[in-house]
Write a protein that binds this ligand. Sequence first.
Ligand SMILES: Cc1cc2nc3c(=O)[nH]c(=O)nc-3n(C[C@H](O)[C@H](O)[C@H](O)COP(=O)(O)O)c2cc1C
Length: 72
Amino acid sequence: MVNNGYDKALAEEAVDSGKADIVAFGRPFIANPDLVTRLKTGAALNAPDTATFYGGGAKGYTDYPALEAADA
Ligand SMILES: Cc1cc2nc3c(=O)[nH]c(=O)nc-3n(C[C@H](O)[C@H](O)[C@H](O)COP(=O)(O)O)c2cc1C
């Protein structure tokens, strides 16, 4: 299992090459509640807001837009 700085292309390369069995996503998941759907469909990703990473509150953890909202 690998992690740290992976995007879709790097993750696929890691699995396809046999380097990894699975890839974990951290920051992309924080910013994209529907990350799996976005990766499957090739939709654009929300950019993580580093200012809210360690704030201790809900902002930045529960309010990133899902695809429908992002497209609206
Ligand atoms: C806001 C924030 C909180 C994190 N909290 C944890 C944690 O509690 N435990 C942990 O093992 N890693 C934690 N991480 C590290 C992530 O799990 C991951 O290793 C790191 O973000 C690199 O992967 P990424 O490039 O996909 O984000 C955290 C990262 C961020 C940005």
